[in-house]
Every structure is written in structure tokens, then in C-alpha cells.
Ligand binder design. Sequence first.
Ligand code: S3P
Length: 432
Amino acid sequence: MTETQGIFIHPQRKINGEITVPGDKSISHRAALFGGMAQGKTHITNFLPGQDCLSTLSCLKELGVTWERHETELWIEGQGLENWTEPQDILDVGNSGTSLRLFLGILAGSPFSSTLTGDGSIRMRPMKRVTGPLVQMGAKILGRQEGNFAPLTIRGGDLKGGNFQTPVASAQVKSAILLAGLRARGETTVLEPALSRDHTERMLRGFGVEVLSEGTQVKINGGGRLNGQDVSVPGDISSAAFFLVLGSLMPKGELLLRNVGVNPTRTGILDVLLKMGADIQLENYAEVCGEPRADLRVRPAELHGIEIRGEIIPRLIDEVPVLAVAASLAKGETVIRDAAELRVKESDRIKTVAEGLKSLGADIEELLDGMRISGKPRLLGGQAQSHNDHRLAMAWTIAGLLSENGVSLEGIEAAHVSFPEFLPSIRKLTRA
Ligand code: S3P
């Protein structure tokens, strides 16, 4: 994926039909990692074959884990963590922050050296929030600016548990500490400022490990063992979000999104869109493998602006780019605050979203920790850039479909990170 690809997104007046969005990225990473850590076979269905999760798989292979994948089905021959071997080469996580941070947590207890790196964006993302606690637990980590930036070399060892208070509500940080805690002496607790996604806690329980959650605190004891499992991954609500906004703002049509994960730590986008006036219905709710899922039916609605801040932010952090598109076409003002974390995502998403939407005709102002958007009846369209950020590539596609004149988009291939079938899904729904 070195060449950037330019496409033109033609405006539409109607969208119709049903799709099954791909497997959840966060849950797919964890299923592969935990399958590789477990004793016994793990079988995963609806695994996301997006670039990020494929990076996790190739790093697992470098560490001696045997797996076989056929499209969205994955089989892992778990031999337990004791059988992971020192990698012969650098582990390349590509664009994937989840891979980098979760591998660091796991490798903190492995008695060998590994060096991890990734693309230009990954090498600029802050890692001290993970490497700090891991070093405190007993791992040796070297990297630029005292272990804040990849490439990072980690030599794991004898770990001791501890109590950690994270500065940000981040599931990657929480998960890295818990995974190290699993191999540490004694008890490890993580206290977050607000609850971040809890897929690690739910799935560890599914693999047979005791994890205690109380409010925003999680506790794990060292020495727990994972047993291979069957895991069915729900569809990714972060991928569904693009269609929730599209179906809400398209003048005509109805969309049905099947089998979408509706874990309450991820449904901030639903709460916000409903509060903005969206017509979204949940059907066929079920809980499978500890993760709730449902079909989502979306019909056109008139949206109005709202204020989004505080504890809901971690529950919708990845959806802000497309939410900003929705706000730019909603009636009145939308203010997003307490979201400074957006500045250290795949791109500085406060800056890239505000500049990108402004150039498409939106009335948007960048704030230090968020943005202020005054909705307009129309978005003119124009030129847009993905900045190699998958969620921007898809948000600008949605903006183009909803615009007056269309959007000429550079870098759509970034969507492969989390949603390889994004454009075919759009084509299917606009043809119907
Ligand atoms: C993720 C956690 C979030 C999210 C990312 C996936 C995960 O990041 O933005 O896309 O799978 O744990 P942070 O933990 O940095 O908030």
C-alpha cells in the first residue's frame, strides 16, 4: 500500500438495502492474541481481515504461534505463552496501535528481546503511557525519548503486580497492564478516569481467567491460564457508524446493518445520534461469547446539534470523524469537548477533521480538546485527503455521498486498515 489512490465520490439522493459490516477490529485483535496465548485450539469466526489485524497475525507468526486463516475464519494452535520464541526480525505492526500496545503488555513477561515498530504514524504515537507502567512492573524497554516512541525494544522478565491509575481512559493502556499483570507476581489493578472499552476483560473471562471489574477499576491476579475457545466476533460498530450517519442524512431509503456489536462501552455513537434526532432501531438483540450484538435499522431523519463531552467521549472516540460530518449537516451547533485524545490517533484528528470538513464547505472551528460545528443545510464538497487515516478516508466518502457537488478523495486505500470491503458496500447500497 504505497501508492495513494484518488477517486471521485458522486453525490446521491437515495441509499437502500442491507449489509453486514466486517468483524470488530478490537475484538478480532484480542481473539487472535488470546488464542495465541492459550493452551489448546482456538477457532475464530467473522475475524476482521483488515490490515491492522493482519499485522497482529504476522507478528504472532514471528513469535512462533501457528495459525491458519481462510478469509474471515481463523484457527490457532495455542501452545501457551511459554512456547513463544524470540523473534528473528523486527515485529512490524504497520498502522496498528492496538497491536503495538497489547504486544508490549504480553511481551513484558516473556524472557527474550523483541523490537517493535510500525509506519510513520505509529512511530509518532505516545507509548510512555504503556511503557511507563510496564517498566515499573519489571520489564526492560528502550526507545526514543525514554521509551515514548517506537521503535521499541522490550526484554521481558520477572514482573511484579501493582496499582496503576491511567492518565487517560484508554483500553489499549488498560489491556497492556492487565496482560502484563496476568504474568506478574501478586495482584494488578488499573483505575481509569472513565470507563474505556472492556473487550479485554470480557474475553479474558471467556478464555477462563478471573477478572474483577468494579466501576472504572479492574483487578487481575498473576498466574491465570487461558484455554483455547471458539470466538464469534460481532460486526464493528465503528464501521457501522459510517452507515448510521449516511442512512440518517440521505433524503431517501432505509438501511439494515446486520450483527453489529452493541457492547455498552462502544455505543456512544448510538446514544449521540439518537439524541440528535436519528431514527435508528435495534432488532434481534443477542449476547454471544460475552459480547452483545443486534441488527440496526436506519431511516432518514432531521438531525440537530448537541453538546458531546465528558464520560461519553471514550465510548465514541473512533466515531468523531463521521460524527463531525453528521454535525456539519445538522440543525444548530454541535460542540465536542474533552476529546484531546483525538490528537494522538492515526492522525491528529482534531486538526485533520476540522481542516478537511472546512475545505468541503462546513462551518467548523478547531478547539484544543475538540471542535465546534455549526450545521448547514448543504455541504458543497470539493477536495479531500485521508492523511493515511482509515477513518478519515471513510468519513470523507460519506461526506461526498451527502454533498452537493461530490468529493475528490485522495488516499481511499487507507480504509483497508479496518474495512477492506468499504467501497463495495457503498456501491451495493447506492445501486439498490
Ligand atoms: C482500541 C482502543 C482505542 C481505540 C482504538 C482501538 C482497542 O484506543 O481508539 O481504535 O482496541 O483497545 P485507546 O486505547 O488509545 O483509546
